[in-house]
Design a binder for this molecule. Structure first.
Ligand SMILES: Nc1nc2c(ncn2[C@@H]2O[C@H](COP(=O)(O)OP(=O)(O)OP(=O)(O)O)[C@@H](O)[C@H]2O)c(=O)[nH]1
Ligand SMILES: [Mg+2]
Length: 322
């Protein structure tokens, strides 16, 4: 892709061409060199989309709920982008969506763009690639973006935290909720969905979750008590209520100033992640003798302490040409 092609791709994507959009997301996954121009071209058109994250244990029903939410919000006239991010399997390609996501209803709808994300070369991995993909969808006029990610570890929590509102899905039986607590994903919840509510013990899970929330230490800043909604993703039961709770959270974010605060925090993380990744890359490119190996050798020999070595390395990095 040449510079001119990159510009045309952006134009086409902004004009509603879903294939151009798909190509842009691939360039992001690959960490293509054109990304700088692309991101510069996109920047003025970004900052409009509302982002909803969905996370939860494997198999809890994230994809099915996503499909049901797409249907719900589509009926309200939104243009919707869906990113399915699976950090545990970087090469799933389209398989994740093809097999799992239940949204055949939307396959031919130009107002819905669905994509699973992998990270093949992007500086900083998926945690850096996902916000760039969000920008592309945002600039292309998708006013609502859903991000599905498996909640099993820190990277997933980071991805969920890109969202304005995060749904944590839990299934009946306390296993999932305890898993969620261990993985630290309960703290990121703005709304809880107890999915598979057609199963026994759903009400017990709602109660257990309510107790867990009551015991959680209060967070800083304006208080929002995460509501709990029981859903049956496969039939759509509870999904309108879930959407209503999300809408209430969206309004709350605006009323309290949290929306801007979160977006600033998100941009800060995004820039910091890129900067750290760039420094790491620069470290790897330092000529022999002046870089990490040099100071590391001195530390190993007891000639230099590690703090002084780190200072020296940082000094070399900031003066090195990229
Ligand atoms: N009984 C019942 N089954 C459900 C419900 N929601 C989803 N399922 C089923 O649970 C299975 C997993 O659903 P998915 O939507 O693929 O779950 P997921 O969380 O996206 O799974 P991963 O992406 O693999 O983590 C599928 O067989 C669904 O049909 C529900 O509310 N009730
Ligand atoms: Mg899924």
């Amino acid at each position: 892709v040449s510079d001119g092609d990159a510009g045309r791709l952006v134009e086409r994507a902004r004009g509603g061409d879903l294939r151009a959009l798909a190509r842009l997301v691939s360039l992001i996954e690959d960490g293509a060199p054109e990304l700088r121009q692309i991101m510069r071209a996109l920047a003025p058109a970004t900052g409009r989309a509302r982002v909803i994250g969905l996370t939860g244990a494997p198999g809890v029903g994230k994809s099915t709920i996503t499909g049901a939410l797409v249907k719900e919000y589509r009926s309200q006239g939104h243009r919707i982008g869906v990113l399915a991010v699976d950090p545990s399997s970087p090469f799933t390609g389209g398989a994740l969506l093809g097999d799992r996501i239940r949204m055949q209803d939307h396959a031919t709808d130009a107002s819905v763009f669905i994509r699973s994300m992998a990270s093949r070369g992007q500086l900083g991995g998926l945690a850096a690639a996902t916000p760039q993909a969000l920008r592309v969808l945002d600039a292309a006029g998708f006013d609502l973006i859903l991000i599905e990610t498996v909640g099993v570890g820190q990277a997933e929590v980071e991805i969920a935290s890109l969202a304005d509102s995060t749904i944590v899905l839990v299934a009946p039986g306390m296993g999932d909720a305890i898993q969620a607590a261990k993985a630290g994903i309960l703290e990121v919840a703005d709304v809880f969905a107890v999915n598979k509510a057609d199963r026994p013990q759903a009400q017990q899970t709602v109660r257990d979750l309510r107790n867990m929330i009551a015991l959680a230490p209060a967070a800083e800043g304006p208080q929002w008590k995460p509501p709990i909604v029981a859903t049956v993703a496969t039939t759509g039961e509870g999904v309108p209520e879930l959407a209503a709770r999300l809408d209430a959270h969206w309004s709350w974010l605006a009323d309290t100033g949290e929306r801007d605060r979160r977006r600033l925090a998100r941009a800060r993380e995004e820039v910091a992640a890129l900067a750290v990744a760039a420094l790491r890359q620069r470290m790897g490119r330092l000529p022999g003798g002046s870089g990490l190996d040099e100071v590391a050798g001195q530390v190993a020999d007891g000639k230099l302490d590690p703090y002084a070595a780190a200072d020296q390395l940082i000094g070399t990095l900031v003066t090195a040409k990229d």
